[in-house]
Ligand binder design. Sequence first.
Ligand code: 5GP
Ligand code: ZN
Length: 137
Amino acid sequence: MPADPDCLFCKIVAGELPATIVDSDDRTVAFMDINPATRGHALVVPREHAADLLAISEDDLGACARAAQRLARRAKDRLGADGINLLNSSGVAAWQTVFHFHIHVVPRYDGDPLELPWTPAPGDEAEIAAAAQELTA
Ligand code: 5GP
Ligand code: ZN
């Protein structure tokens, strides 16, 4: 059962909605963003529901940061990323659209055209799956 029955990411954590999971531990799950800003864009979420940066526990925040670092290392080593942006949006004014805390791990490539905020657009499923395979431990 998802902790919050109306929360999209709780449903992904509970396995009730499909997602391409690339990392998990006892406190966190990481999966590919369906609208990737760049190749390898993933989201790290706490298993326990918390709406945003102000609501998440310190322990879960630490666990999410460590998971983001794991993915950043893999993005560099395996996807050939030249840099990484970590992004958290907390609150509508800060562009948050899904109200379950998440850290965007956005691999950056020299000269890539990404600008913030990016306009979400569905990624190519095969391409997301290929990047996910490389990112998975
Ligand atoms: P926010 O706008 O709250 O910072 O980020 C929410 C992110 O969740 C967006 O980048 C969006 O593409 C992603 N997202 C929305 N719905 C889904 C979904 O059903 N599955 C996955 N994997 N990502 C989603
Ligand atoms: Zn949730």
